[in-house]
Design a protein around this ligand. Structure first.
Ligand SMILES: [Zn+2]
Ligand SMILES: [Zn+2]
Length: 303
């Protein structure tokens, strides 16, 4: 039997440390990383009202649970869960039902917003009629709906389930694409958009590898419905993911290294522009352009 440092049976191997972990020590380790990320970046303050974006996948389920536990232990902030239902039969309906049960179990109010109500069509209906690269659209639509609804619910922060893998990928994707604006907006607590109309995005899981979150969810026996979106099309992210996983395998610790390097770079590149963000003349939401990206894409679909 392979043992953890504490003498119990090991269930997990952290390759970058060369150390085996038992269930209990792995869970402690995951929680420690969560609290450290929250603490160091001052993600949560007294009086915050936090909307947690939940999809029903492992990341957002673990995020909701850890935030709830923190609230129980320390108090001082409010929590609500919000889901965007794109309307994908056999995929999103199942995952939202699963997370709904978890919200109920832990006593977190759960709000669901559907594409059908917000946009006038479900993603299934849209994809029936048009061949589009839906990921681009969904990225914009989801962000817009989450921000707007979080604000309407009186939340000043929006917690998202991005893990270490997601963050390392995003650093490289924006680097490869040369997208300076998006590159500047990464990090556990970007705070780039200093505007009351935005719920500040916080990423309490961004230093925890995907594998450890998955292990945590299994040990905790969370009921998780995780499928794959049938319309998924993000080639660049998929390629970068493959590349980063390969690097991690050959050079353990690569993902954390990429994210740490980004954090060292961040203060140098994130000078606030001082530019005031305008208002979309169609929908009245904040936008740096005359018409926001959401309205632009919606218009494109309707024509
Ligand atoms: Zn142990
Ligand atoms: Zn707009």
């Amino acid at each position: 039997m392979i043992e953890c440092g504490c003498g119990k049976k090991a269930v997990y191997f952290r390759r970058n440390e060369g150390r085996y972990y038992c269930k209990k020590c792995l869970m402690d380790g995951v929680e420690k990383k969560f609290y450290r990320t929250v603490g160091r970046n001052k993600l949560i303050e007294r009086g915050d009202k936090i909307a947690v974006g939940v999809s029903g996948g492992k990341d957002s389920t673990v995020l909701l649970y850890l935030l709830k536990m923190m609230q129980k232990k320390k108090g001082g902030f409010e929590l609500v869960a919000i889901s965007v239902d794109e309307g994908i039969m056999g995929y999103r309906d199942k995952s939202i039902k699963a997370i709904g049960k978890i919200c109920k179990k832990y006593g977190v109010p759960h709000h669901i917003y559907t594409y059908k109500n917000e946009l006038g069509f479900s993603l299934d209906e849209l994809m029936c009629k048009k061949k589009i690269k839906s990921c681009t659209y969904c990225g914009v639509f989801r962000r817009y709906i989450l921000n707007k609804k979080a604000r309407e619910l009186g939340c000043n922060k929006l917690a998202v389930g991005h893990n270490l893998d997601d963050e390392a990928q995003s650093v490289l994707i924006n680097f490869v694409r040369g997208d300076m604006l998006r590159f500047q907006r990464l990090g556990a607590f970007p705070k780039i958009l200093d505007d009351k109309r935005f719920a500040s995005r916080i990423k309490p899981l961004r230093n925890i590898p995907k594998r450890e979150i998955a292990a945590y969810a299994i040990i905790k026996r969370f009921k998780i419905e995780e499928g794959h979106c049938p319309y998924s099309f993000d080639n660049m992210r998929r390629d970068i993911q493959t590349m980063v996983n390969k690097l991690e395998q050959n050079y353990p610790g690569t993902k954390q290294q990429i994210v740490n390097f980004y954090d060292r770079l961040h203060p140098m590149i994130s000078k606030k522009s001082g530019k005031v963000i305008g208002t979309c003349e169609k929908c009245g939401e904040p936008s740096s352009l005359r018409v926001c990206k959401y309205c632009e894409l919606l218009e494109k679909i309707k024509n």
